[in-house]
Design a binder for this molecule. Sequence first.
Ligand SMILES: C[S@@+](CC[C@H](N)C(=O)[O-])C[C@H]1O[C@@H](n2cnc3c(N)ncnc32)[C@H](O)[C@@H]1O
Length: 247
Amino acid sequence: MATKSDETGDPMEHRAFFGRRRGKGLHKGQKALTADLLPKIEITPDDLAAGDVRKSFLNPAAPLFLEIGYGGGEHLARIAAERPDDNFIGAEVFSGGIGKMLEKIDAAGLANVRLFTDDAYGLLTRLPEAALEGAYLLYPDPWPKTRHHKRRFVSQTALDALARTLKPGAFFRFATDIEDYANWTLAHILRHSAFTWPPVAPLAWHAPYDGWIPTRYEEKARRQGRSQSFYFTFVRQPDTGLGAKNT
Ligand SMILES: C[S@@+](CC[C@H](N)C(=O)[O-])C[C@H]1O[C@@H](n2cnc3c(N)ncnc32)[C@H](O)[C@@H]1O
């Protein structure tokens, strides 16, 4: 649990993880892929400690993008297939999601994706500075109860870690169907010196990103009557320190 960071200096200990790691169990094909394919494409904490993980991609110089909490992998698999000249890291903790993503990587022969199977925050704190051209956080767990808001992925600490790993000018895309989480994220972004929210026309944030195909979670939200989402694109500012804005 995450409270000892000041004593140990381990950045992973800045926060606890409250999500689900295991579900009903993997089916046979997913188990086989977890045994055979995952070790070939997984980024482990040891890999991160050993050096620059960009070198382990087939094309180490290609632009690198991160998707945090890819769920069933619909978005990550699609963009990786559409953009073979970019590299992607997917971070997901839930075994069922990892199993589904492995199936998609295997079926489409995606050679430009690597997976991190633990809390994405631990990846962000260990990637080289300014390694990423963009990051996606699509429908993060909403933690709707007020007493659980501090469990949300978006926090000052996570934004600090994102700001460190994103290149100046890189994007951070955040989508949610929960208005309270949209407001929460905007408030954090507007307070953070390293991010800007480029002006968009009022309500334009309800328009999906170009080429968007609904993720599994978005489809679930629609089925449950949440008919509208927020699709934000923030930009990592050049030449700013980290932390809260002074003004
Ligand atoms: C509500 S689901 C959305 C999944 C997918 N993005 C979608 O739109 O269908 C949130 C996902 O984020 C994953 N997740 C939550 N916290 C995470 C973290 N700190 N690091 C990596 N994955 C995380 C969960 O396991 C879950 O699969």
